[in-house]
Design a protein around this ligand. Structure first.
Ligand code: FE
Length: 135
């Protein structure tokens, strides 16, 4: 019998490193950005849900995914109460960082050049996402 219930969310960076691939770790925990047009979910058109590759929380629906031509999976809205936004002044820019509300993992950034109905572009690293097909 385990002495304590295994937590959903790792408590140490070592545990995150063991759980994630090196690329997932670099992006989700190190706030890195994957090389544009390389993510495996960029051109995915299947119906389903995009969840956090780190903790499994559901984050985006395929219904809000669209072709932004920016090189990263793009959504015009997240699922309700699933992501958090933070001002990010790194790299000499002011951007809004998007993180997973459940585990704090870095997902990407949100910009104001998206389509209707929100006008937002959630520009999300493929490495931060796991796709769950509806079919
Ligand atoms: Fe997460």
């Amino acid at each position: 019998m385990p002495r304590k219930k295994k937590s959903d969310i790792p408590e140490s960076e070592d545990e995150w490193k063991r759980r994630l691939t090196p690329e997932q770790y670099r992006v989700l925990r190190g706030k890195d950005t994957e090389i544009p047009f390389t993510g495996k979910l960029l051109f995915n058109k299947e119906k389903g849900t995009y969840s956090c590759a780190a903790c499994g929380a559901e984050l985006f629906s395929s219904e809000t995914k669209y072709d932004s031509d920016c090189g990263w999976p793009s959504f015009y809205a997240p699922l309700k109460d699933k992501v958090e936004l933070h001002e990010d002044k790194s790299l000499g820019m002011v951007r809004i960082e998007v993180t997973c509300k459940k585990c704090g993992g870095h997902l990407g950034h949100v910009f104001d050049d998206g389509p209707k109905p929100t006008g937002k572009r959630y520009c999300i690293n493929s490495a931060s996402l796991a796709f769950i097909s509806k079919t």
